[in-house]
Design a protein around this ligand. Structure first.
Ligand SMILES: *Cc1c(COP(=O)(O)O)cnc(C)c1O
Length: 389
């Protein structure tokens, strides 16, 4: 199959980024690469294979199905499940050796019971399945309160087939540089340490400790603990205010490159007279005679409707504005009258790495769409072919 609307995944850039992250945290700290949401749209199996080849020991997914997909592709690394699942999915956790985050009496009991059943059926009395205790230190999502961590760890350690493999928390404002947010982050670190102490106080080994995702990893090196969980930086984008310029000002040596290039092709060039409207709702009227290039890419590919007006696409090294509403499968680009730079079948780059000729990044699209690079990347749909280069 072939389609001109595709996402090129630059393997070298992915490797480069992972090596940069490894160097940045140093040899003592392990990496858990977030490959959830199909590696933020970059192909989870490919990313996981590259990560494994570079010696990465942990990967993180959000759904059981994502973990199963990796196992079926032969991935051997530890796989953390970052979101909760339901009892119907518990069996797959054991079968495919996925490490769930747990907390709360009900969840741990239900999981423990399922583990007993599973390992009995396997005739394996001695097997222990690793779980990580999630602690809410301020994120306000999943996790127990630090004061409850000791009790929850006891529940896990009493279970016949579960064992506490580690403890995890998630920072919620570590991507901001404001004094207020940085002190909240420091406080989260303190709360996490309290939770760990509570577990130790019960005579239980807390296992591997993990706190920071991309932002915390880059900006809070005092909170690395044993394992950091980079997601977005693996794919070449900085988390909000923790930018390359900021890191340089802190004398920190770090560099990453966008991995994915979203591109399409000019499939028609049409002459539009002054006053002719473009696309649904007639939101744009040509202000003079002009030529309009049609691209077969739309919001069903992940080119969000809210990117227009504002979005410009790159054709042969120059940017041209998208006019009118982006349709489900197509959009229209104003190339100006008699433009010698644009011909039928030319490549149109939506965003990508600078070195391959892209003028926009996912951050530029995010700014136009009032969102973040994460959403721009994960919005690219299945219909867009992923080509590994
Ligand atoms: C998604 C996620 C990450 C990775 O976050 P980035 O900001 O992309 O680095 C790490 N930990 C948890 C719990 C997550 O949900």
């Amino acid at each position: 199959m072939n389609r001109c609307t595709k996402a090129i995944i630059y393997k070298d850039n992915l490797e480069y980024n992972i090596k940069q992250i490894k160097n940045f945290v140093g040899g003592e700290v392990k990496l858990c690469i977030a490959v959830k949401a199909d590696s933020y749209g970059h192909n989870a199996v490919l990313t996981s294979q590259i990560a494994e080849n570079l010696g990465i020991e942990y990967l993180a997914v959000a759904s059981v199905g994502e973990g199963v997909e990796l196992r079926q592709a032969g991935i051997k690394a530890h796989i953390l499940l970052l979101s909760l699942c339901v009892p119907e999915e518990f069996n797959d956790l054991f079968e495919y050796e996925l490490i769930p985050l747990v907390f709360s009496k009900e969840y741990i009991s239900a999981l423990s019971e399922a583990a007993d059943g599973y390992f009995k059926r396997q005739n394996d009395k001695n097997l222990k399945h690793s779980v990580f205790l999630a602690v809410d230190t301020g994120m306000g999502r999943i996790g127990c309160y630090p004061a409850e961590a000791g009790e929850e760890a006891k529940l896990i350690s009493r279970s016949e087939h579960l064992q506490l493999g580690g403890m995890i928390t998630h920072l919620c404002v570590s991507d901001s540089l404001s004094q207020e947010n940085q002190s909240f982050t420091a406080q989260q670190g303190e709360e996490f340490k309290k939770a760990v102490e509570n577990v130790k106080h019960e005579g239980i080994n807390p296992g591997i400790l993990s706190c920071g995702a991309s932002a915390g990893l880059l900006n809070n090196s005092d909170l690395h603990f044993d394992l950091v969980r980079p997601g977005i930086i693996t794919y070449g984008y900085y988390p909000d205010e923790i930018t390359k310029e900021y890191l340089q000002s802190q004398k920190k040596d770090f560099d990453i490159k966008p991995v994915l290039q979203l591109e399409s092709q000019v499939v028609a060039i049409r002459h539009f007279p002054k006053g002719k409207s473009v696309s649904y709702g007639r939101t744009y009227e040509c202000t003079e005679d002009t030529d309009i290039a049609v691209l077969p890419i739309g919001y069903a590919d992940g080119l969000l409707r809210r990117f227009s007006p504002g979005l410009e696409v790159t054709i042969n090294g120059k940017n041209y504005p998208v006019r009118g509403r982006i349709c489900m499968d197509q959009c229209m680009v104003d190339i100006g009258k008699n433009n010698k730079n644009v011909k039928l079948w030319d490549k149109a780059v939506i965003f990508g790495p600078k070195e391959t000729g892209a003028l926009n990044t996912a951050d530029d699209l995010a700014r136009i769409g009032k969102t973040i690079s994460y959403e721009v990347l994960t919005s690219i749909t299945k219909r867009v072919l992923r080509i590994v280069k």
